[in-house]
Design a protein around this ligand. Structure first.
Ligand code: ZN
Ligand code: ZN
Length: 153
């Protein structure tokens, strides 16, 4: 079945409006609507000025993050489960290229890979700019707890 292009087509095909929302993409923040498909899946929808509708991932500047989130299989927690890292471990993390948030690759001197970093609330991101021994360690642990909670949610 082709994807509907208007509201009427959506209703005809059995799509049901769920709720209005704001896209959580870090650059996007657009108003979207969630609809339930005939298969019971939730999809985000954009209205265009010409009255047509399109799936939000076709226009979202953060679509890459977004799709990845949806497709990412739930991984078992293998890192940071206790969140008691030594200063040396945290320094090693900073110097290295392995993201403790997801096990992926990150840049040196970064706390996390881009994907993990942008999952963090703004305040947590800012806290990660604190200096070592001036709040960085606490911020890093908090961010790992946050990422970990999201992964198992
Ligand atoms: Zn978006
Ligand atoms: Zn990561």
């Amino acid at each position: 079945m082709p994807f509907p292009t208007t509201l009427d087509e959506m209703r005809d095909q059995g799509y049901v409006f769920q709720e209005g929302a704001t896209c959580q993409g870090h650059r996007c923040q657009m108003d979207i609507e969630w609809w339930k498909t005939p298969n019971g899946k939730l999809i985000p929808i954009d209205y265009r000025s010409d009255g047509k509708i399109i799936p939000h991932w076709q226009t979202c500047p953060d679509a890459a993050d977004f799709k990845k989130d949806k497709e990412e299989p739930k991984k078992p927690i293998t890192t940071g489960a206790t969140f008691t890292l030594t200063d040396q471990q945290m320094l090693d993390d900073l110097a290295g290229t392995k993201c403790r948030g997801c096990g992926g690759t990150k840049g040196r001197r970064m706390s996390h890979c881009r994907a993990c970093y942008f999952k963090l609330p703004k305040k947590m991101r800012n806290d990660l700019y604190k200096r070592f021994d001036s709040g960085y360690q606490e911020a890093y642990i908090e961010s790992l707890k946050f990422l970990n909670a999201r992964r198992v949610a």
